[in-house]
Design a protein. Structure first.
Length: 591
C-alpha cells in the first residue's frame, strides 16, 4: 500500500490514460470514465489515501475507488467460506452488496487476521455531476434523510462531483417516512427473511445499523453470520419497538402484527408477506399513479437487419393518467441471425401479449399473476420451439430470443426476465440493474463457485444458459420479481446493444435523471439512449422501453384497524415476491 492521488485510468484497453477523478470523459479518447466505488470489509485500520493492491484507493470511511476499472481481477485464490453467502444471494443484489475483490490476511491492514473484502452494489449515494444538473435540480437529487453535512456539502460550490456517502440507516428516517414507505420497508424485510435464513445470515436484518434506505429501497450494508438459530419472534420484538414511532395510521396494526410474530401466530415469512400485502393495498389507495411509456428500436449502424422487437411497437409514446388497467412493456433480442432471430422476437411478443389480454391481470391475486406470467413465457417458448421443429432447425440453427417484460398495476410492478436483456430501476438517488443475466458468469456466482469478476475471465462467460426457443418449457426457469412503488421511478427495459460496456451506468444521471426532474420527456430520453447505443457501442441492434411512473398523494391515508389474524390455516397462499425463487434497538442481536 502507498499514498496515491485521486486519479483514474481510462477503461478503454487501447488508451489507459490517467484522468482526474472528477472528469466525466477520458481527456484523450473521450471514453466515458467508469467510477467503481467499493465498501471495504475488514479495512477499518487503513488510512485515507492508501492504495490497496496497487489499484484500490482508500478515500476514507471504508470507501474505496477502483483506479483501474478496465482490468479484471488477478486474484485466483479461493474466497473465504464466510463470504460465500454474498455469492449465493447474488440475485438479491438490489438489497445485498456483492464481493468485488479480496485480499488475504497477509496484506498489511487486515483486522484480526481477517481478509480485506471490497464490495460493490453497496448502499452509496454518489453526488451527481453538477454540470449536468442545475442548482435547483441538484437540491431535488439529494436523498431523503441525508445529513445536514451531506446536504450542505452537496450544495457547496467547492464540492467535487461524485462525492460518495452512505445512505442513512433506517431508524434515522423511520419516524418521518410516509405510512406506505414504512410498510414497504417492512415488506422488503419480510421477503428477505427466508433467503437470508437459508444462508444463516438473517441476524443482519435485526441490526438497524446495517439497514440502509435509498428512498423506498431497503439495502444492507453487509451480512453478519448467525451464531444461534433465529426465529420470526426476534423480528416481532424489533418491530414492536418501531411501532412506537410508526405513523399513527399504521402504528396499532404494526403493534398487533409484532405481537403475533412474538407469540408464533405468524410462523413463516409467507404469512407475514401476505399480511403486509393487504396493509399496503389499503394505504396505497391514498396515492395516484400516472404512467408514461416510450419504446424505440433501431437496427444500428452495422447490422443487416433488426432482430430486436418491443411492445408497444417501436416509436410508441403513451401517457396513462390512471392505471386502472395494467400497463405493459416488453423488449426481446432475437438470437439466430439470418436464421430467424427477428422471427423469434416477434413471435414471443405476440404470444405473451395475446396471453395477457385473455388473463386480465389487473383482477388477479399476486401469486396467480406470477404463475400466469411464467406460463405466458413458457407459451412463447413452445411456439418458437414448434416453429424450429417444423423447419427442422437443430443446435445452433435454432432461432430464439431473450425477453424482459414489465407489468404495472396499481402500486406493484412485476418484472419477468429470461436471457441477457436487462431492466434498470432509476430513482432520484441512483440506478440499479434489477435483472441478473442468464449467462455462464452469473450462474457461476449464484452457485458460489467464483465472484463475478473471476467468472468473466472464462472464455464462455457471456454465453447464455437459457433463452426462449432453445429447449423444452419444462427446462425453462423464467424469473418473476415484484416491486412496490412508493415514489417516482423510471424503469428501463433494453437489449444488450445498449447495456453492453456499462453504458446505462455511465449515462443514467445525464440522460434519465432529467426525466424524473421534469426537464425532458420519455420520447427524448428513448431517442438519446438509442443514439448512445449506436455511437458508443454500435455493433448490435438497440432497443429501449421506458416505463415512467409518477406517484402523488391524493387523499388522507386510511387508518389500519386491528383485525383478527388471517392465519387459521397451517398453509397460506405464498405471495410471490422479488425473492420467491431464489435509534439503536434494544433487541438482542446475536454477536
Amino acid at each position: 500500500m502507498q499514498n496515491a492521488a485521486a486519479m483514474l485510468y481510462c477503461a478503454n484497453p487501447t488508451c489507459q490514460v490517467l484522468n482526474p477523478e472528477d472528469n466525466r470523459f477520458c481527456q484523450k479518447c473521450r471514453t466515458p470514465l467508469v467510477r467503481q466505488y467499493l465498501w471495504g470489509g475488514g479495512a477499518e485500520s487503513l488510512q485515507p489515501g492508501e492504495l490497496l493492491g496497487d489499484r484500490y484507493l482508500h478515500k476514507g470511511d471504508r470507501v474505496f475507488l477502483d483506479t483501474k476499472p478496465g482490468l479484471l481481477s488477478a486474484n485466483s485464490s479461493e474466497l473465504p467460506a464466510s463470504y460465500l453467502p454474498y455469492l449465493r444471494l447474488s440475485p438479491l443484489r438490489l438489497h445485498i452488496p456483492q464481493v468485488y475483490e479480496w485480499f488475504p490476511t497477509s496484506v498489511p491492514g487486515a483486522v484480526s487476521g481477517d481478509a480485506i473484502v471490497l464490495f460493490d452494489h453497496a448502499p452509496f449515494w454518489i453526488l451527481p455531476n453538477r454540470a449536468a444538473l442545475g442548482e435547483g435540480d441538484l437540491a431535488e437529487a439529494i436523498p431523503f434523510g441525508a445529513t445536514s453535512e451531506a446536504k450542505s456539502g452537496a450544495m457547496s460550490e467547492g464540492i467535487a462531483a461524485h462525492q460518495v456517502q452512505l445512505f442513512p440507516a433506517i431508524l434515522t428516517v423511520w419516524a418521518e417516512a410516509s405510512p406506505v414507505r414504512q410498510l414497504n420497508w417492512l415488506w422488503q424485510m419480510a421477503n428477505l427473511w427466508q433467503p437470508l435464513s437459508s444462508e444463516q445470515v438473517v441476524s443482519s436484518l435485526l441490526n438497524p445499523d446495517l439497514l440502509r434506505v435509498e428512498g423506498g429501497i431497503l439495502r444492507l450494508l453487509e451480512l453478519h453470520p448467525d451464531t444461534i438459530a433465529i426465529s420470526l419472534s426476534a423480528l416481532g420484538k424489533l418491530w414492536l419497538q418501531w411501532s412506537t414511532t410508526a405513523r399513527p395510521e399504521i402504528a396499532d396494526w404494526l403493534q398487533q402484527i409484532s405481537q403475533q410474530l412474538i407469540q408464533g401466530q405468524i410462523h413463516n415469512a409467507e404469512l407475514l408477506v401476505e399480511q403486509l400485502d393487504e396493509a399496503i393495498a389499503q394505504v396505497a389507495q391514498a396515492q395516484s399513479r400516472s404512467v408514461q411509456i416510450a419504446t424505440l428500436s433501431d437496427q444500428g449502424p452495422t447490422r443487416q437487419r433488426n432482430e430486436d422487437a418491443c411492445f408497444p411497437e417501436s416509436g410508441t409514446v403513451q401517457t396513462i393518467s390512471a392505471v386502472d388497467k395494467a400497463a405493459t412493456v416488453i423488449v426481446c433480442d432475437g438470437i439466430g441471425g439470418h436464421q430467424g432471430g427477428d422471427v423469434a422476437s416477434h413471435l414471443a411478443i405476440a404470444a405473451v401479449d395475446q396471453r395477457l389480454q385473455v388473463l386480465k391481470p389487473e383482477v388477479l391475486d399476486a401469486v396467480t399473476l406470477t404463475v400466469e406470467l411464467e406460463k405466458a413465457v413458457c407459451l412463447a417458448n413452445d411456439q418458437i420451439s414448434q416453429r424450429n421443429d417444423s423447419e427442422q432447425r437443430h443446435d445452433r440453427q435454432r432461432m430464439g430470443t431473450t425477453l424482459v417484460m414489465g407489468l404495472l398495476r396499481a402500486h406493484e410492478l412485476y418484472v419477468t426476465h429470461i436471457g441477457d436483456s436487462r431492466v434498470y430501476w432509476i430513482t432520484r438517488w441512483g440506478c440499479h440493474q434489477i435483472t441478473l443475466d442468464d449467462d455462464v458468469a452469473s450462474r457461476e456466482v449464484r452457485l458460489g463457485y467464483s465472484t463475478y469478476r473471476q467468472a468473466l475471465q472464462q472464455p464462455s462467460s457471456g454465453s447464455l444458459v437459457q433463452a426462449l426457443g432453445m429447449s423444452a418449457s419444462n427446462l425453462l426457469y423464467p424469473t418473476v420479481q415484484r416491486f412496490i412503488l412508493d415514489e417516482d421511478s423510471v424503469f428501463l427495459f433494453c437489449s444488450d446493444g445498449l447495456s453492453d460496456n456499462d453504458r446505462v451506468d455511465t449515462c443514467w444521471d445525464t440522460e434519465i435523471l432529467p426525466l424524473l426532474l421534469g426537464k425532458t420527456d420519455s420520447a427524448t430520453v428513448a431517442q438519446r439512449l438509442v443514439e448512445i447505443a449506436n455511437t458508443l457501442n454500435g455493433y448490435d441492434n438497440a432497443t429501449v422501453g421506458l416505463l415512467y411512473c409518477q406517484v402523488d398523494d391524493i387523499s388522507p391515508v386510511p387508518r389500519l384497524s386491528r383485525s383478527s389474524p388471517a392465519m387459521q390455516s397451517e398453509t397460506a397462499t405464498a405471495i410471490a415476491s422479488p425473492f420467491a425463487k431464489t435509534l439503536k434497538s434494544s433487541v438482542e442481536v446475536p454477536q
